[in-house]
Design a protein around this ligand. Structure first.
Ligand SMILES: *Cc1c(COP(=O)(O)O)cnc(C)c1O
Length: 428
């Protein structure tokens, strides 16, 4: 495969952008080699700057559940752009999208749109602290909630990929207010609450963890957190930035039948444009300015192009059978990967919830950050490069999810499994 143009662009980018990228995992640091510069996408496929074609399993890290450049999304965004790209005043689109979000998630009675998932979690925590008049927050190791100070403590995603302890630049005072327990470890959470439950404003959790690779909640874990927060008067915040509108129309809270107090959204809800959102109980959301005293604002919040893309995407997702289709795609890929790994005798574990999946190069079950980190990341890196060489673009880290979209075809999966067979055999 020729990558001259990508390499040239990367060299040029390195001069002006830290690491040549605008988000760390894109730099391929964990898998070696140089990042590809992407020129365009259509459906499940992307083309790099040298014209090489790939089946894409990153999907912009989650938003593109319909695939790249979906005709309805593109048409809707074009139309919105022609009417003006931003007003800094309310528009009909925001009300429409808010209504749709509230109808999908019964726990969300009111919602505030922002421009990223980071903003959503950061604002939800401010709100939870204001509501409970407490400072501390409990998060779980390996869960990623964006890059706000105080949440970059034992975080997943790029922080896991680059094995950063915590980021420098986070004041120790912030980090001190962040308590951390292992994912899926209800007893550890209970122990922390027994000691300082009266000081804990909220638990924030990915109801399906997808930033240490995919790690589903064990039976009883989320219910336990719901019970614990009720008992101590703390709030339960589901960070559904990945899982919202991804694992079901009603998100992970719909699947596991738990009502959090607040929910954070992003990714799919913006249909590939910059959108985040936080919402939940009316009595809590009523504290948000201008209705209440908790300040949070944004020049481009509720941006008409972003709202249009989100609306067009969500409307497609209301078609019957969509999530059954995504489940079938995921199940098919999982079964194919597991069969190959067994036959070629590679110790692997596939964790999956719907269209989110991770192939861990691990011999044991992966249920938390520590077990995820025991994966053979060197082998993953070799596997990643072999797949890329065969035109399969996987997330460039063992600790990220494969994102399937409705645009992935039987033929895509077939080709992917053929490439997997080849790659697993040659990279032992
Ligand atoms: C991606 C992600 C975020 C951060 O969203 P950005 O839009 O990248 O700021 C927060 N939480 C979870 C669970 C995510 O996956």
């Amino acid at each position: 495969m020729k990558n001259e143009r990508s390499h040239r662009l990367y060299d040029e980018g390195l001069k002006y952008l830290p690491g040549g990228v605008d988000s760390p995992v894109r730099a391929f640091g964990a898998v070696g080699g140089q990042p590809l510069f992407i020129a365009r996408g259509k459906g499940s496929h992307i083309w790099d700057a040298d014209g090489n074609e790939y089946i894409d399993y990153v999907g912009s890290w989650g938003p593109l559940i319909l695939g790249h450049a979906h005709p309805k999304v593109v048409a809707t965004v074009r139309k919105a752009a022609g009417l003006g790209t931003s007003f800094g005043a309310p528009t009909e689109l925001e009300v429409e999208l808010a209504k749709l979000v509230c109808s999908a998630l019964p726990s969300v009675e009111m919602v505030r749109f922002v421009s990223s998932g980071t903003e959503a979690t950061m604002s939800a925590l401010r709100l939870a602290r204001a509501f409970t008049k407490r400072d501390k927050v409990l998060k779980f190791a390996g869960c990623y909630h964006g890059h706000a100070d105080g949440l970059l403590v034992r975080a997943g995603s790029g922080v896991a990929t680059f094995a950063l302890p915590d980021s420098p630049g986070v004041p120790s005072g912030y980090a001190q207010n962040t308590l951390v327990a292992p994912y899926n470890d209800l007893l550890a959470a209970e122990a922390l609450f027994q000691k300082q439950g009266e000081a804990i404003a909220a638990i924030i959790v990915e109801p399906v963890a997808a930033n240490m690779g995919v790690v589903p909640p064990l039976a009883g874990f989320l219910e336990g957190l719901r019970g614990l927060t009720r008992r101590y008067g703390s709030l339960l915040i589901f960070d559904e930035v990945i899982t919202g509108f991804r694992v079901s129309w009603g998100g992970a809270q719909g699947i596991y039948d738990i009502q959090p107090d607040l929910t954070c959204l992003g990714k799919v809800v913006g249909g590939g444009l910059p959108v985040g959102a936080y919402g939940g109980r009316r009595d809590i959301m009523s504290l948000v300015a201008p209705l209440g005293p908790v300040y949070q604002a944004g020049t481009l919040s509720g941006n008409p192009l972003a709202m249009a893309a989100g609306l067009a995407t969500l409307k497609e997702l209301t078609r019957p059978g969509i999530y059954v289709e995504l489940e079938a795609l995921g199940a098919r890929l999982q079964a194919g990967l597991e069969a190959l790994a067994r036959r070629i005798e590679v110790p692997t574990r596939v964790n999956r919830v719907g269209s989110l999946l991770t192939l861990f190069f691990a011999g044991d079950e992966v249920t938390d950050y520590d077990s995820a980190r025991r994966s053979d990341t060197e082998r993953f890196a070799r596997f990643f490069r072999a797949m890329l060489e065969q035109g399969i673009y996987l997330p460039p880290s063992q600790f990220e999810a494969i994102f399937l979209s409705l645009a992935h075809s039987e033929e895509d999966l077939e080709r992917t499994l053929q490439a997997t067979e080849q790659s697993l055999s040659t990279t032992a």
